[in-house]
Write a protein that binds this ligand. Structure first.
Ligand code: IMP
Ligand code: MG
Length: 177
């Protein structure tokens, strides 16, 4: 796919993304060896990362999905579960897989919700981390890339629902679309 309008520059190429996913997957494979690992992805953005990560992890695992939606324009962090997990997580080793942790509001809400279901452990694995914009602190266990304070697309991240299918991560200027 040729670079869409608004794409300013490629931050991480498809090769760099895949290489980094393999490294993080190796860490996870070692850490969760012999455990009961389940990856939970938040629809839709994290699904692209989660499938790549899952294929690179070398131990048995399960996957499940949830979707969230925000309450109108009520500000950051005002989210609710729009589609819940299919199965309970009690006693399981859960890794919440995110496309990006930005302000941290979404992640904190999900962590609190999932923790209440009594998993054996609960970790966070994110493709991108933008700590420059963090408002609430969340414990990120695995991160592929730290990114600057710019809007990005690709590898599951969208601009108005498009560009999720780009294999690379690109900085985008929405005013140039
Ligand atoms: P948070 O609650 O501020 O951490 O928001 C995280 C959510 O905002 C992500 O799951 C994305 O859906 C969206 N988001 C944040 N930054 C970007 C970006 O640069 N590009 C695309 N989506 C983003
Ligand atoms: Mg989005």
């Amino acid at each position: 796919m040729t670079a869409p309008p608004g794409v300013e520059r490629v931050l991480f190429t498809e090769e760099q993304v895949n290489q980094r996913i393999r490294e993080v997957a190796a860490e996870i494979s070692a850490k969760y060896q012999g455990r009961d690992l389940k990856l939970i992805a938040v629809l839709k953005g994290a699904v692209f990362f989660m499938t790549a990560l899952a294929r690179a992890i070398e131990i048995p695992l399960k996957v499940d999905f949830l979707a969230i939606s925000s309450f109108g324009n009520s500000g950051p962090g005002m989210v609710r579960i729009a589609k819940d997990l299919d199965h309970p997580i009690q006693g399981e080793d859960i890794l919440l897989v995110e496309d990006i942790v930005d302000t941290g509001f979404t992640t904190r809400y999900l962590l609190q919700t999932l923790a209440g279901r009594e998993p054996r452990s609960l970790g966070i694995c994110t493709l991108l981390d933008r700590t420059a914009r963090r408002i609430v602190q969340v414990p990120v266990d695995y991160r592929c890339f730290e990114i600057p304070d710019r809007f990005v697309v690709g590898c599951g991240l969208d601009f108005q629902q498009r560009y999720r299918n780009l294999g690379y991560i690109a900085v985008m200027d929405p005013e140039k679309t």
